[in-house]
Design a binder for this molecule. Structure first.
Ligand code: FMN
Length: 284
């Protein structure tokens, strides 16, 4: 699968991206909107074949700069991209996979973004997007230009989720089974793709992905956060998994490592409780 149509290395874009909730009110230029829409039109089907579409929506900026429909979380941005997916077994992973490509493309052309799975009004977006009964809007993101400083709400979200931090390698990546942490040196040509997964955004920064290197395969598992599923309207951690897959594949492609996705649950010894298998990447 081709990478993004950008000159900057994807590793640089992934490293640079941050969630931004406070914008300076400058409208996104039509040229940039067109670039994003034309990028969206080139997206291939996602790994699990779900049917997803993406729509740009303009919302009202109140006098205070707060955006109606985001519970006061987003300030100063009027343009949003919303995801719409037809309900299917792996719809959330596919939305994560595709939407992260759009988020990274927007980052590459100089825009700021913020994945939002909870802080938006579903009825308001549904109304604007002619949602069909079999469709869902799992996530949206503002696009725009960051303000000089984060608002108080933005700062609270940013600090309470510990957004700057990521778990270290031994907590996330393993060698053959969950008893042996993966050393960077042993990841070989996959070191960068693993690292790009580590830097991925995730809901409340829970970083629920766990990866096992198993010869030429990498198995992706989900370590669910207790109580998380019932707390939100969507299964956000399955979206996190799709984002991790996106980072892994884009980075692998950039490193010249070819491969593809397969669902074939491996027989891993001593699988810890609460860990679910999702998918595997197999190098060619
Ligand atoms: C699936 C998903 C849903 C998210 N939902 C929200 C949300 O509803 N509101 C919000 O302010 N941030 C949301 N975030 C942003 C995360 O809090 C943020 O990605 C994480 O703290 C890491 O910070 P970073 O994106 O700056 O690296 C979401 C992120 C993801 C991946």
């Amino acid at each position: 699968m081709p990478g993004l149509p950008i000159d900057t290395p994807i590793t640089e874009i992934i490293t640079k991206r941050r969630s931004w909730r406070t914008y300076n009110g400058k409208p996104v230029e039509n040229e940039k909107k067109d670039q994003i829409l034309s990028f969206i039109s080139t997206l291939d089907k996602p790994p699990f074949g779900s049917e997803a579409r993406f729509q740009m929506v303009d919302l009202d900026l109140k006098g205070t700069g707060k955006v109606s429909g985001t519970y006061g979380v987003i300030k100063g941005a009027e343009t949003f991209i919303a995801t719409i997916v037809k309900n299917s077994p792996m719809d959330m992973e596919d939305v994560g996979f595709l939407f992260e490509k759009i988020i990274l493309f927007a980052t590459a052309i100089g825009l700021d973004t913020c994945w939002m799975g909870a802080s938006f009004s579903t009825p308001l977006f549904s109304e604007k997007m002619e949602l069909k009964p079999e469709e869902t809007i799992p996530v949206v993101s503002p696009i725009g230009y960051r303000a000089g400083r984060r608002s108080i709400t933005d700062t609270v979200f940013h600090i309470s989720a510990g957004s700057k931090k990521r778990k270290p390698w031994p907590d996330l990546f393993f060698d053959s089974n969950f008893d042996s942490p993966l050393e960077k040196n042993d990841a070989g040509e996959l070191e960068v793709p693993f690292e790009m997964v580590r830097l991925a955004p995730s809901a409340v920064n829970k970083q629920p992905w766990r990866l096992i290197l198993d010869g030429k395969k990498v198995h992706f598992f989900l370590k669910r956060t207790m109580g998380f599923e019932s707390m939100f309207k969507m299964d956000l951690q399955r979206i996190d998994m799709g984002i991790a897959m996106c980072h892994f594949e884009l980075a692998a492609n950039e490193m010249g490592v070819e491969g593809g996705w397969k669902v074939e649950e491996p027989n891993i010894e001593s699988l810890p409780d609460g860990i679910e298998y999702a998918v595997s990447w197999e190098c060619d």
